[in-house]
Design a protein around this ligand. Structure first.
Ligand code: NAP
Length: 251
C-alpha cells in the first residue's frame, strides 16, 4: 500500500466527509497529508489523529479557501512542514439548493467563492509549490455538473465551472508534467449531505431506486477514485471528468 509514497498532498475541506476520507486514504498509501479546514478544528484534529495512529503523517492547517491570504498561508505552512507539494485536492465546497425566487447576491457568492474562486486560488499557489517537477490536481466536482437538478442552478453552475477549469488547465499545463482531473460524485453520505437533508429524504430514495449499483455513495467510494487519479496508475489521464456515482450519472 504505497501508491503515494513520499508524496505531499493538500486536501482542502478535509475535516469531515469526502475530504476526510481522501486524506485518510492518501496517508494509508504513504502520502504526507495536509488536512485543511475552515472552522472545524476538532474534526481536522481527529482526522490527523486517525492518520498518525495508523502510522501515517499529517498536519491540520486552518484556512478559508475563499480568502486569498488564507490560501497563501495554507501553502506556506505546507512548505514549512514538508518542503514541497505533489498533489492538490480541491474538495472544499458547499451545496445550497433553493428556488430561483430566493436567489440573492450572497447565495451566489458564498457558493462561487468557495467552490470556484477557492479552487482557482489553490491551483495558483499549487503551481508555485509544484515547481519544475510538476504535480497532480484533483477537483471534486459533482454529478450536478452534468445533470443539474431543479433548485440547484447555482450549485450546478459552480461545478460546471470547475469542470471547465479542469479541461482548460489540462491543456494549458501541456508539457509541464501536471495532470488535472475532475471527480463527479453522486450523492454521498457525509455530514454535509446529512445536514442538508438529502440523506433519508424521498429524494435519496428515488435516486437509489434509479442507481444501477443500488445504493448511496460512501466517502471511501470517492477516496479510492482519488487515490487512483493521484497515483501513477493514472499516468496517462488528464482533463477528464470521471463520474463516481453508482452508475446514475454515467455517460
Ligand atoms: P461536508 O461534509 O459538508 O464537508 C465540507 C468540508 O469542506 C468540511 O471539511 C468544511 O470545513 C470544508 N469547507 C467548507 N467551506 C470551506 C472553506 N471556505 N474553506 C475551507 N474548507 C471549507 O461536504 P461533503 O459532502 O464531504 O462534500 C465535499 C465535496 O464533495 C464538496 O465540494 C461537494 O460539493 C462535493 N460533492 C458532495 C456530494 C455529496 O453528496 N456529499 C456529492 C457531489 C459532490 P469545516 O468543517 O471546517 O467548515
Amino acid at each position: 500500500m504505497s501508491k503515494l509514497k513520499n508524496k505531499v498532498a493538500i486536501v482542502t475541506g478535509a475535516s469531515k466527509g469526502i475530504g476526510a476520507s481522501i486524506a485518510k486514504y492518501f496517508a494509508a498509501e504513504g502520502a504526507k497529508v495536509v488536512v485543511n479546514y475552515a472552522s472545524s478544528k476538532e474534526g481536522a484534529d481527529s482526522v490527523v489523529k486517525a492518520i498518525t495512529d495508523n502510522g501515517g503523517t499529517a498536519i491540520a492547517v486552518q484556512g478559508d479557501v475563499s480568502k486569498q491570504s488564507d490560501v497563501t498561508r495554507l501553502f506556506q505552512e505546507t512548505k514549512n512542514a514538508f518542503g514541497t507539494l505533489d498533489i492538490l485536492v480541491n474538495n472544499a465546497g458547499i451545496y445550497q439548493y433553493a428556488p430561483i425566487e430566493e436567489f440573492s447576491e450572497e447565495f451566489f457568492h458564498s457558493q462561487f467563492n468557495i467552490n470556484v474562486l477557492g479552487s482557482l486560488f489553490s491551483i495558483q499557489e499549487a503551481l508555485k509549490s509544484f515547481g519544475e517537477k510538476g504535480g497532480n490536481i484533483i477537483n471534486i466536482s459533482s454529478g450536478a455538473s452534468n445533470t443539474p437538478l431543479p433548485t440547484g442552478s447555482v450549485y450546478s453552475a459552480t461545478k460546471a465551472a470547475l469542470d471547465a477549469i479542469t479541461i482548460s488547465l489540462s491543456k494549458e499545463f501541456s508539457g509541464r508534467n501536471i495532470r488535472i482531473n475532475s471527480i463527479l460524485p453522486g450523492v454521498v453520505e457525509t455530514e454535509g449531505s446529512r445536514s442538508g437533508g438529502f440523506i433519508g429524504s424521498d429524494f435519496e430514495t428515488k435516486l437509489v431506486a434509479t442507481t444501477p449499483l443500488g445504493r448511496t455513495g460512501q466517502p471511501e467510494d470517492i477516496a479510492k477514485a482519488a487515490v487512483f487519479l493521484a497515483s501513477d496508475d493514472a499516468a496517462w489521464i488528464t482533463g477528464e471528468k470521471i463520474s463516481v456515482s453508482g452508475g446514475i450519472y454515467g455517460i
